[in-house]
Design a protein. Structure first.
Length: 114
């Protein structure tokens, strides 16, 4: 009987921890987000992302990131199995494109600066 009570208590503790973690993820949207800070005088009109640094895809940033502003972006769920290290380029309103920079998305509270 004592073993049954210990097992039940352990199970309830694990359930409580799981529920806490699940509610926290849901409160945070359950998604992985990061920030992009525009340090230039031009609006960032596009962000280009790549795992290999060669083939780039467009990362949706809506109408852009104005000069001096910071935007929070969320990875699409389809990228959940992606690598930590990703390459990014910014395209600006004047048509210029930044050099590619590699960022570690396993880093907590990551902010990309262009």
């Amino acid at each position: 009987m004592k073993n049954h009570l210990k097992l039940t208590a352990s199970f309830l503790c694990v359930c409580a921890l799981f529920c806490f973690a699940a509610s926290r993820l849901q409160a945070e949207g359950g998604d992985y987000s990061f920030k992009v800070h525009n340090t230039t005088d031009d609006t960032i009109t596009k962000l280009l992302a790549s795992e290999d640094g060669e083939t780039y895809g467009n990362f949706d940033i809506g109408s852009g990131i104005e000069a001096g502003k910071t935007m929070t972006l969320v990875w699409d769920k389809s990228t959940d199995s992606g690598k930590c290290h990703q390459w990014f380029k910014a395209v600006f309103s004047d048509g210029d494109e930044s050099e590619a920079k590699q960022f570690d998305f396993c880093e907590k509270d990551l902010t990309l600066e262009f």
